[in-house]
Design a protein around this ligand. Sequence first.
Ligand code: TYD
Length: 212
Amino acid sequence: MSKAGLFISFEGPDGSGKSTQISYLKEFFEEKGLDCVFTREPGGTEIGEKLRDVILDTHNYEMCDMTEALLYAASRAQHVSQVIQPALDEGKIVVCDRYVDSSVAYQGYGRQLGGDVVSAINDHAIMGCLPDVTFLIEIDPKDGKKRIKSSERDRLESEKLWFHKRVYKGYLEMAEKYPERIIVIDGTGSREEMRDEILGHVSRILKERGIL
Ligand code: TYD
């Protein structure tokens, strides 16, 4: 599939502060008057949000790991075909809170289905639609977990620390494998430090593409 716009994704362990950084980026794009779509996974479409409820429901403790991986991929397939690819084709900037790297990290490494297996499933869902740039906010899973109240944790966030350590390892391995796409941001810095670093990269990319 062809791609005209700019596709940015945000990744990181739970509690990494992604949402705050995404809201800073939103303000930045609004100030510049750029046409952007902000979306998230799992979800991002009506069908995807229904799948999200099933995936994250803490009552669904019986869900097998492959079902989980396929549901995330199903939500993503809908998201790509209904929202992401059409927006990119119109030349828009798309910012997605989590995307395929989350599946490789959480289902591939966390659930131990294997990064290759999960990537292969997702190849069918994304049809070649990969982010141009991915910001990976790096924070020790122990610290990330502490930032989310136990009463507010969803099914994935409630997983044991060793699960989140494997997820983290998966993220670091992907960052090594795709250095041209994945930019690692130190999640231990202040919100403002992280914001300045991310906006610095985004401004550079926009200039390189002739958008700014
Ligand atoms: P969400 O509630 O949006 O939390 P966060 O604010 O941390 O992004 O994320 C949903 C959970 O789903 C989160 O624990 C990560 C997990 N996840 C996967 O396991 N695989 C995936 O493919 C995606 C997109 C998310």
